[in-house]
Ligand binder design. Structure first.
Ligand code: SF4
Ligand code: SF4
Length: 428
């Protein structure tokens, strides 16, 4: 639990940040949750008003305030559209940390976050164990999308179509790497939990494309989660423990840029680490944040990836979904499209509102699956309208949600990362 001194400090910071909101309501029209529920309480302005009286409401109904704050995708659409520059995500994360610090975490979250996520080596072992036995409880349901569903109805999984755990996680495929490249550039690769355990092919594709660009790679072993699942549940101590762990793993190597192929990890390291780090690691977190880039951005802006030569007489159609954490948080949206353009054999066709949130929002999907599904179905419809064979996106969390939504309709559309399309053209 965060110390009382820390909670008071966060509360003071929150008060200063809340006065910036001028209650104009511009955030309403872009909020995917408000779009579904039509409730003012669900939009940024409603939540910020609630936080204005946080001290009183915390004593009256802490659980109610926590629930209302949790009904948010942390998509950043409101902040991107806010004329006053209110940092909504930072405010919500601090408020959740204050509330969780005051009330304590629910037992299930405590077990998952403090018992598992906070211990990277144990998390790896449990995921490996899960991958071995998952076939007993799940069955494949859509070969093209790559989804499975539960054999027996379970309250957690419900009727979701999900991407199964990889047979061999990336950390066992490539445990450690430290090599130079002819370009003289060297990156550190932050793998991220979802890519490591569900989509190791994205990490393999990343290595292949970096090698094609003659870029050296440092890949430390025993990497941890970026910490955002803990922080979005208000578990500031676990977030800071993971931050310290990762800083220690990466500070041991020499590299120019830290890259990740996960939009959520990139935005967490770039935006959240310096703001939410403790006093001891704030400077180191800021230094790491300043040299962190999305893989698409790095390949186009730094590594000079150019369109590959190849046969293109019958191109497959690919459409691109903008992850909120790339476009709205980091302003990265041209580079993933340029990476797709570099892949011969694909022709990009834009969908309607490519930057409309997919509705995943991490634990939001677990807690508010009906709303999450309604938002995601709109996205799936926009993808299907393009007639695309493939939908590409730069975030594995979006890939999970889009896979679920497409698979439920029986769509035969593959869900890929842009770097995978380029790696495909590079062969084995
Ligand atoms: S757009 Fe910004 S200033 Fe306006 S109500 Fe929303 S958060 Fe407040
Ligand atoms: S972060 Fe997204 S879901 Fe949350 S209030 Fe802002 S726009 Fe709505």
């Amino acid at each position: 639990m965060a110390s009382m001194e820390e909670l008071v400090r966060l509360m003071r910071e929150l008060e200063d940040q809340l006065v910036v909101c001028m209650k104009c309501g511009m955030c309403q029209s872009v909020c995917p949750v408000f779009d579904q529920t039509g409730r003012e309480a669900d939009v940024a302005r409603g939540k910020l008003a609630l936080l204005g009286g946080l001290m009183e409401s915390m004593f009256d109904d802490p659980e109610g305030v926590y629930q209302r704050l949790n009904k948010c995708l942390l998509c950043g659409s409101c902040a991107a559209n806010c004329p006053s520059g209110v940092d909504v995500q930072e405010i919500f994360l601090k408020a959740r940390a204050i509330l969780a610090g005051y009330m304590g975490l629910p037992p299930a979250k405590r077990l998952i976050l403090k018992g598992m996520l906070a211990n990277p080596a144990l998390f790896d072992r449990l995921a490996e164990w899960g991958a071995r036995f998952q076939k007993l409880f799940t069955r494949p349901v859509n070969e093209i999308v790559g989804t499975s569903c539960a054999r027996v109805m379970s309250p957690l999984i419900q009727d979701r179509h999900f991407r199964p755990l990889a047979k061999v996680p990336f950390h066992n495929q490539v445990p450690f790497l430290d090599k130079t490249g002819r370009s003289g550039l060297k990156v550190a690769l932050f793998t991220g939990c979802l890519i490591d355990k569900l989509f190791p092919s994205i990490a393999q594709a990343t290595l292949k494309v970096l090698d094609h660009c003659d870029v050296g790679v440092y890949l430390p072993d025993n990497q941890g989660c970026c910490g955002i699942p803990a922080l979005s549940s208000g578990d500031l101590p676990t977030f800071r423990k993971l931050l310290a762990h990762n800083l220690e793993r990466f500070d041991a190597g020499e590299f120019d840029v830290l890259v990740t192929a996960c939009a959520t990890c990139t935005s967490t390291i770039h935006e959240v680490w310096p703001k939410m780090a403790g006093p001891k690691s704030r400077e180191a977190a800021k230094r790491m944040a300043d040299r962190t880039m999305d893989i698409n951005q790095f390949l186009i802006k730094e590594a000079g990836l150019k369109p590959l030569a190849g046969k293109n007489d019958k191109p497959r159609t690919v459409t691109y979904h903008d992850p909120c954490h790339l476009k709205k948080s980091l302003g990265v949206f041209t580079e993933p499209r340029a990476v797709i353009d570099a892949a011969p054999g694909y022709r990009l066709k834009e969908m309607v509102e490519p930057d409309w949130c997919c509705g995943m929002g991490g634990s939001f999907n677990l807690q508010y699956y009906d709303i999450s599904k309604n938002i995601g179905e709109k996205k799936a419809a926009h993808i299907q309208e393009t007639g695309a064979d493939v939908v590409a996106t730069g975030c594995p969390a979006c890939m999970i949600q889009i896979s679920d939504m497409l698979s439920r309709t029986g769509a035969r559309i593959a869900v890929r990362h842009p770097v995978e399309l380029v790696a495909e053209a590079l062969g084995t």
